[in-house]
Design a protein around this ligand. Structure first.
Ligand code: ZN
Ligand code: ZN
Length: 217
């Protein structure tokens, strides 16, 4: 077979990758790329993390989002260590840059963790909630089952249950955001529905309404 030469180091080789020998190709190409520094906010109450917006993810998930992969990853290991109030993250990755070339890399990110209140918890701590679902039924099992269904819908949609108050007529569920009311009423079985709005104050110069949805099961 005819030999070729690497355009970078001049080494004689049979296989070139973009004109480079395997060694130089590995040197010039990254399997993963990460920022040197990053900032992640973590909610003190619910543990949600934020890089750009608040999401139901933990620190490990947030770290994974900072990693960009330029090949096919086979293995990735994330090690964390606290140093001077910063989280030093070591990422060991191995995988393929292309069909033939395998590479292992270790990269580091210095992460500043900020403990904060997420938008949702901030509102709750401020005693603020946007909507109430009043579940009414004499059938306790039906009430319990519907309550569980509502909890699932709220959590699966990044919402929050502020409080649940049981009374003799049924259960009141305080949730945020109120946009979830439509989703809930579409997925829950009921006999009667009534929605009303109460003016509860002002926010940013606009009237702020609380929605109340009464469901007779
Ligand atoms: Zn070379
Ligand atoms: Zn939170």
């Amino acid at each position: 077979m005819k030999s070729k030469f690497c355009i970078k180091c001049g080494k004689k080789t049979e296989t070139l990758f973009n004109g480079l020998c395997e060694e130089c190709f590995k040197e010039m190409n990254e399997l993963i790329s990460v920022p040197e520094k990053a900032k992640i906010s973590v909610c003190k109450i619910c543990g949600r993390a934020k890089i750009k917006k608040w999401e139901k993810i933990d620190i490990d998930d947030a770290i994974k989002r900072l990693i960009k992969t330029n090949g096919k990853l086979e293995k990735i290991k994330i090690e964390k260590e606290w140093k001077n109030k910063k989280l030093l993250v070591k990422i060991k990755a191995s995988g393929f840059l292309n069909e033939k070339v395998k590479k292992s890399e270790t990269k580091e990110i210095e992460i500043t963790i900020e403990e904060k209140l997420c938008d949702t918890c901030g509102k709750i701590v401020g005693g603020y909630y946007e909507s109430v679902i009043q579940l009414r039924s004499k059938d306790k099992n039906k009430l319990e089952k519907t309550l569980r269904d509502i909890e699932n819908i709220v959590y699966n949609n990044n919402g929050f249950i502020v409080k649940i108050l049981k009374n003799k007529n049924g259960v009141d569920v305080y949730i945020t955001p109120k946009s979830l009311l439509n989703k809930i009423s579409r997925s829950i079985k009921y006999n009667e529905i009534k929605t009303s709005y109460t003016l509860v104050g002002m926010k940013d110069g606009k009237n702020l309404y609380r929605s109340t949805m009464l469901l007779r099961l």
